[in-house]
Design a protein around this ligand. Structure first.
Ligand code: PXP
Length: 240
């Protein structure tokens, strides 16, 4: 199971001052030293954290899988085709949200998503759709032509007790369906050192995509150690 580390929030700290440090590309290098199998950046339409130059720089300097998270807009598709990340994850984007709040609404935006998949995958870049843990959304992702899905684990992460087990079961069902119909299945959002193991224990997940918790722990213990610790727990979960 691979770990993709999202370094957006390193850029969030930098942008709070409008200066040049901390640098998300240096953080990405340290994350790789700690064992990250991939690096994710989300180039948002409002450029609130990652900037276009960061994306170009990670592409030039990072040798592991580069996952570009983006909205399915004409501007972003153009950028993706130019930068050529190793994969693109399409996410919904609202200007006022603090972070990506839910999966894509495939019923409302399916046509736009399909067009984006056709353009991006047509140029050889695999596309993953960030979706809610729903069997019908997994099926629809396949119909739209996606190569992968990323199951939204935010509801699981925020729930407690019995409700958390219910949310975990929704994630499990979605993963199972994705594997049955031949999709690569990833998961992410809200995962941290206390909740990652139960997700890592789900058979067949290709990769976990984690940002906030790793960047937070990096402040306490350094990026390398924060990634190592997350990898250790993922391995423990996988072994279960
Ligand atoms: N996956 C997707 C699609 C996301 O939008 C985000 C947040 O940028 C993450 C994973 C990582 O979530 P978190 O920062 O809560 O670990």
């Amino acid at each position: 199971m691979i770990l993709g580390v999202n370094v957006d929030h390193v850029a969030t700290v930098r942008e709070a001052r409008g200066v040049t440090e901390p640098d998300p590309v240096i953080a990405a290098g340290l994350a790789i030293r700690g064992g990250a199998d991939g690096i994710t950046v989300h180039l948002r339409e409002d450029r609130r954290h990652i900037q276009d130059r960061d994306l170009k720089s990670v592409r030039r300097n990072v040798s592991v899988e580069l996952n570009l998270e983006m909205a399915a807009t004409g501007e972003m598709i153009k950028i993706a085709l130019k930068v050529k990340p190793d994969m693109v994850t399409l996410v919904p984007e609202k200007r006022v949200e603090l972070t990506t709040e839910g999966g894509l609404d495939l019923v409302k935006t399916g046509r736009k998503i399909k067009k984006a998949i056709d353009e991006i995958h047509g140029r050889g870049i695999p596309v993953s759709l960030f979706i809610n843990p729903s069997v019908s959304d997994v099926e629809m992702s396949k119909e739209l032509g996606a190569q992968m899905v990323e199951i939204h684990t935010g509801l699981y992460a925020n729930a407690k007790g019995k409700k958390q087990t219910e949310e975990l079961n929704r994630v499990k069902k979605a993963v199972k369906k994705g594997l049955e119909i031949g999709l690569g299945v990833n998961a992410g959002h809200g995962l941290n050192l206390t909740n990652v193991k139960r997700i890592a224990a789900i058979r067949g997940i290709r990769g976990l995509y984690i940002g906030h918790s790793i960047v937070s722990n990096a402040i306490y213990m350094g990026m390398e150690k924060a990634v190592k610790e997350m990898k250790r727990l993922i391995r423990e979960g996988v072994r279960k």
